[in-house]
Design a protein around this ligand. Structure first.
Ligand code: KET
Length: 451
């Protein structure tokens, strides 16, 4: 008998609860003829004990997510003057997540008309999918007319990225996905989670706060054929540094020449220049005839974070391939979560297709974008007055919700601990969390840690 000791209580617990539960495994491991053997019981107990007590002993602790965990820490911070610039959420000037009037009006109509709640198809609601295609490409785009574009409704654009990543892994199993250096932290997690190899291409220039465009082109011109290139269509996360239209045009032939597969992430449509202009890369690529993927989101543009409204679109070479691609996307959805939820997508479809609500929404997006711009300007004014030797003009040139402040992780920690100002340890600040009451305090805190 091995050295295995067990208390009377545990022994009884195991006999009563574990034996019946594991009877199949028990019969296989200890054949009936050995039941008369005394030592059987001594062998069986540690085995049962292991099944019961140490089943998940190899499960390691989760270190947490750099964005979501910081946002949770903010929620628990008891200080009343704390400032949340961590997560990519647009807050209004009262530090509230807005319920956009256009979306609210759409919701009242949708709820008034709502009937039974059947399952949606695997690919989502038809009216949502068509509305998304028109938003991305313009209603009259030749690629839509040719039937070579497929769109599925997904659980946020995160869901779109994940379904797209699984699709890539299945049909280009040995390919590499190239992401910008740096990128949204979750890109790497999603793509590695699908079994893909993730590498980076040069992007952000820490010296100038701008783009290393030549280095980016050079790296991509050497990439392996059929590598996937993740590109932020607008409002780059975390840097706020975007390609100009001319740079997108210069990038296109490199992608074509190397037969690379672009995967556009369009999570901030409307926060850059305008709803249409922010889709410039999507439309340019579709015009060119190349095949590519787009994951887009309504979390930020319609302030519908918790409704999880997004889509995955794949532009294919022709209509016949599009049919098969759509079929495989549906199969992927079926084996993951079966079909998307209904409510949020119907709000989005209503806002996009009702002319009055659409006009309201477009004006609301302009107001959100303008307010962020105003905060950028205020931050710049205070900081440049306080730190005359330091160039903080990047706050004015970077676009969208984020700016890369260049603060070190230790300076970010100090901001949080001493001043209650939460920005990511990478130095990313969500400018959309600033308002007329906290912008000055933020600038003062930044000046203090930078001095
Ligand atoms: N892409 C990018 C570039 C992105 O910043 C986000 C969210 C998403 C996709 C996912 O959005 P969804 O709600 O799934 O459609 N970013 C913010 C929130 C987060 O990390 O989940 C952020 O960076 O703070």
């Amino acid at each position: 008998m091995g050295a295995f000791f067990i208390g009377r209580k545990s022994y009884l617990k195991i006999m009563f609860f574990s034996l019946p539960r594991h009877s199949h495994a028990l019969k296989a491991k200890f054949p009936a003829q050995s039941l008369g053997n005394k030592s059987l019981w001594c062998n069986m107990l540690p085995w049962l004990f292991e099944l019961e007590i140490v089943m998940f002993h190899h499960v390691e602790p989760y270190a947490g997510d750099p964005i979501l965990s910081l946002n949770e820490a903010f929620g628990k911070d008891p200080r009343t003057d704390k400032i949340n610039l961590s997560i990519g959420i647009y807050f209004d000037d009262d530090a509230k997540i807005p319920m956009l009037p256009s979306v609210r009006a759409a919701e009242l109509k949708v709820v008034a008309e709502a009937g039974a709640r059947p399952y949606l198809p695997m690919e989502g609601a038809a009216n949502f999918r068509t509305a998304v295609q028109h938003l991305l490409f313009g209603a009259e785009h030749a690629a839509l007319k040719a039937g070579r574009v497929v769109t599925i409704q997904t659980v946020g654009s995160s869901g779109g990225l994940k379904v797209g990543a699984d699709f890539i892994k299945r049909y280009f199993p040995n390919t590499t996905i190239l992401v910008s250096d740096p990128t949204w932290d979750n890109h790497r997690a999603v793509f590695e989670g699908s079994g893909l190899t993730v590498q980076t291409y040069p992007y952000y220039d820490a010296a100038t706060g701008g783009l290393r465009f030549d280095a980016m082109l050079q790296a991509l011109s050497k990439a392996e054929k059929h590598s996937v290139v993740l590109l932020h269509a607008c409002c780059h996360n975390p840097t706020g540094v975007d390609l100009t239209d001319v740079q997108w045009q210069q990038l296109l032939p490199v992608l074509q020449e190397r037969e690379l597969i672009p995967f556009l992430d369009l999570a901030y449509q409307g926060y850059g220049a305008s709803i249409a202009e922010d889709a410039f890369a999507v439309r340019l690529f579709a015009d060119s005839g190349i095949s590519f993927l787009v994951a887009n989101s309504f979390s930020k543009s319609m302030s519908l974070y918790g409704e999880r409204c997004g889509a995955l679109t794949i532009v294919c070479p022709d209509a016949a391939q599009a049919v098969n691609v759509l079929g495989q996307l549906k199969a992927n959805v079926r084996r993951n979560y079966s079909n998307p939820p209904m409510h949020g997508g119907q709000l989005v479809a209503r806002v996009l297709t009702d002319p009055e609500l659409r006009a309201m929404w477009e004006a609301e997006v302009v107001a959100m974008r303008d307010r962020i711009q105003l905060m950028r300007k205020k931050l710049f004014d205070v900081l440049s007055a306080k730190l005359p030797g330091r160039d903080v003009s990047y706050f004015l040139t970077q676009r969208g919700m984020f700016s890369y402040t260049g603060l070190s992780p230790e300076q970010c920690d100090r901001l949080k601990e001493e001043f209650g100002v939460y920005i990511l340890r990478s130095g990313r600040m969500c400018v959309a969390g600033l308002n007329s009451r906290n912008v000055e305090a933020t600038a003062n805190a930044m000046a203090a840690v930078l001095a």
